[in-house]
Design a protein around this ligand. Structure first.
Ligand code: C2E
Ligand code: MG
Ligand code: MG
Length: 633
């Protein structure tokens, strides 16, 4: 006798689940739709299972029992198939599915369904008579093999594409896998328990909670979905190499209208515009990015230009706010995958920059105007910095600096280097400003300071003839609240005398917050660090600042060095400035010395130190130590 308690429990679970799914009509994910169908059909399978148990237990009418069992098997097969489709649809899209792919997916199900339809006539899968009861047929194994096959396929698919699947999904699949295996084991031990449907119902509940966490909901008044869903759909298209375009629409006078008509009125106008677009295109293809910006995802790439123009004409018409007709400045652009973007991050940055673009007038602009390549490069460099910090792939190189009075190398400048596995070598001139913008400069600065301190601690500076090492501080570092404590803690860790460090700053630092900057430099000076003013002569050379701050060294920028050695008028400026520096008891480092002429000229005018390719490029630490050993004795 079969036990039906688990089936009753499953029926209750399904009723509640289907009610919950029906209450979520505004969810538009295709995967949620598959889950809905799965729940319905599994509910039907359970009902049929119950009826079948009743009929078999009571040895009822043969034809009816066979029919019910056939339907039960069929619905059960469809459920396993839908489970696979549910998993596959997390990555694939129905648009991109080839005929062959469809055949591979549907064929086992089709074979099984045909075998089941023929079963009442040929007893292929099973036979049933009230005398003999239920008996397995020659192809009985088929239903199990295909059902288990679909299930294993789904699990294997999630493992294969795990990098495209999110954490929730993986957890969900693991839970569903465990429950099904447990159910299978239980049924093997206690076959009369009939737990199949209950296991399916519990799996569906777990899937439902996963969907609820991640699915896109539609905004009632506009028919639009959120931007997260754009990332999901667009991301899926990119995984499948499916071309598409994104049309971006922005109310560029949103802020101005808000000032005049109030934020609420302007937002409802934005909603009217969004709703106009939302009702024009397929559900789930229009996205609200921000209050003022919407995106339309279009798979008919050839029509993008026409669609953009048509939308622009429609939306640039006058709209009503508070009974007044006003015109809206509609700004639009479009981008296409794969022409304008290689991954979804590119598209995200196009959207972000379009959204931020300040323009008072409307119009259709080319995405080139967003300078997206530069933005993409910035993003790539940001990623490279992140990787560099995580994988310790930054390095510190040293460029020797020669004293012209002593004719030896008395110091060196520490210069950071980054070689990224994807981008190759990235120049500090490029990544330092980016790191300054996103705040990672603090970690980079700490790394350089730490490496230099370790170098000083590990080497006998006196023996090498080195007085100190110069290192660059960024503006952003100098303005941090815990700037001094931070430096002191790193230097303290290596127990180094601050006299071995010379900190280079650029004068732009003082433009941000002159008082803080000055105070910090004074404190450093008091604690025994030397200070150098870097790149003097570039930008706005502020003589006053040079004179009033306690810089031990002023580094004349390489352009100044290079022009002065060849141009007479500049030579006079160079020499006069050098005199000013000397009169303050400071010394000059001429940067960028590349030729013998430059060297001779600087020696002749009594320059203190020179740094440049003429002697050495910046080199790795070991090479630098070898260089110093070879040249300083
Ligand atoms: P900087 O501090 O003025 O460094 C001197 C730059 O001139 C270095 O470029 C150096 O390689 C280059 N240089 C030296 N001699 C010559 C020469 O004879 N000819 C020419 N054409 N160039 C020469 P690098 O290493 O690319 O660094 C560029 C800038 O990046 C640095 O300019 C500095 O502002 C910044 N930087 C480098 N490392 C760090 C660091 O660790 N922290 C911070 N905050 N900034 C750094
Ligand atoms: Mg420097
Ligand atoms: Mg410099």
């Amino acid at each position: 006798m079969y036990n039906y308690y688990f089936d009753i429990a499953a029926i209750i679970v399904f009723v509640v689940l289907i009610a919950m799914i029906l209450s979520k009509k505004h969810i538009i994910d295709s995967t949620f739709k598959i889950l809905g169908n799965l729940a319905w059909i599994a509910f039907l399978a359970t009902l049929l299972d119950l009826i079948s148990i009743y009929l078999i237990n009571n040895r009822m009418h043969t034809g009816l029992t066979v029919g019910v069992n056939v339907l039960f098997f069929m619905s059960h097969m469809v459920v396993t198939f839908l489970f696979l489709m549910y998993v596959v649809s997390q990555v694939e899209m129905s648009e991109t599915r080839t005929v062959l792919r469809k055949v591979i997916l549907y064929a086992p199900l089709a074979v099984c369904l045909v075998a089941l339809i023929l079963t009442p006539f040929y007893d292929i899968i099973f036979s049933y008579t009230s005398e003999k009861g239920y008996e397995a047929g020659p192809l009985h194994f088929l239903v199990y093999v295909i059902a288990v096959g679909y299930f294993i396929w789904a699990i294997a698919y999630s493992v294969k594409y795990r990098k495209y699947l999110n954490r929730f999904f993986i957890t969900m699949i693991i839970l569903v896998g465990i429950i099904n295996v447990l159910g299978f084991v239980c049924e093997a031990i206690w076959p009369y328990l009939s737990m199949r449907s209950f296991v399916v119902s519990m799996s569906a509940v777990i899937m439902y909670f996963f969907e609820e966490q991640t699915c896109a909901t539609i905004e009632h008044d506009t028919n639009l979905v959120g931007k997260e869903y754009l990332a999901e759909v667009g991301g899926r298209m990119i995984i499948n190499n499916y071309p598409f375009s994104v049309i971006l629409i922005k109310m560029s006078n949103f802020d101005a209208l808000s000032d005049t008509f109030g934020h609420n009125n302007t937002n409802s106008l934005a909603k009217s515009i969004a709703s106009h677009v939302g009702h024009k295109y397929r559900l789930g293809r229009c996205f609200r990015i921000t209050e003022a910006t919407i995106a339309v995802l279009n798979t008919d790439v050839d029509k993008t230009k026409d669609m953009t123009q048509q939308l622009y004409d429609e939306l640039s018409d006058s709209w009503e706010i508070e009974g007044m007709d006003i015109s809206c400045d509609i700004l639009m652009t479009e981008c296409t995958y794969p022409e304008d973007a290689v991954d979804f991050e590119n598209i995200t940055s196009i959207i972000r920059h379009f959204d931020k673009l300040e323009r008072n007038a409307g119009g259709i602009i080319d995405i080139d105007e967003l300078h997206i390549n530069e933005q993409i490069r910035i993003k790539q460099v940001e990623n490279a910095i992140e990787r560099g910090l995580n994988n310790n792939s930054f390095e510190v190189y040293y460029q020797p600096i020669r004293s012209l009075k002593k004719d030896t190398f008395v110091t060196a400048e520490a210069l950071i280097r980054l070689t990224d596995p994807e981008l190759g070598p990235v120049s500090p001139a490029e990544f330092i400003p980016i790191a300054e913008n996103n705040g990672t400069i603090v970690a980079i600065g700490n790394y350089v300071l730490e490496t230099v301190c370790r170098f000083i601690a590990d080497n006998d500076m006196e023996k090498l003839g080195l007085h100190y090492i110069e290192l660059n501080l960024s503006v952003i570092q100098c303005l941090q609240k815990d700037f001094i404590e931070n430096i002191e803690s790193i230097v303290g860790k290596y127990d180094i005398d601050p006299k071995y460090l010379c900190l280079e700053v650029t004068e732009t630092a003082s433009n941000y917050s002159p008082a803080v900057f000055k105070q910090n430099l004074e404190t450093l000076g008091e604690r025994g660090y030397s200070l150098a003013l870097d790149d003097f002569g570039t930008g706005y050379a502020n003589i006053e600042r040079m004179v009033t701050s306690n810089f031990r060294i002023i580094k004349f920028d390489k352009e100044m060095t290079q022009y002065s050695s060849s141009e007479e008028r500049l030579q006079q400026v160079f020499e006069k400035l050098q005199n000013v520096v000397h009169s303050m008891d400071s010394q000059v480092v001429a940067e960028g010395v590349e030729t013998k002429e430059q060297y001779d000229y600087l020696k002749e005018i009594g320059c203190d130190y020179i740094q440049g390719y003429y002697f050495s490029k910046p080199v790795p630490q070991d090479e630098f130590v070898d260089f110093i050993r070879a040249n300083n004795v």
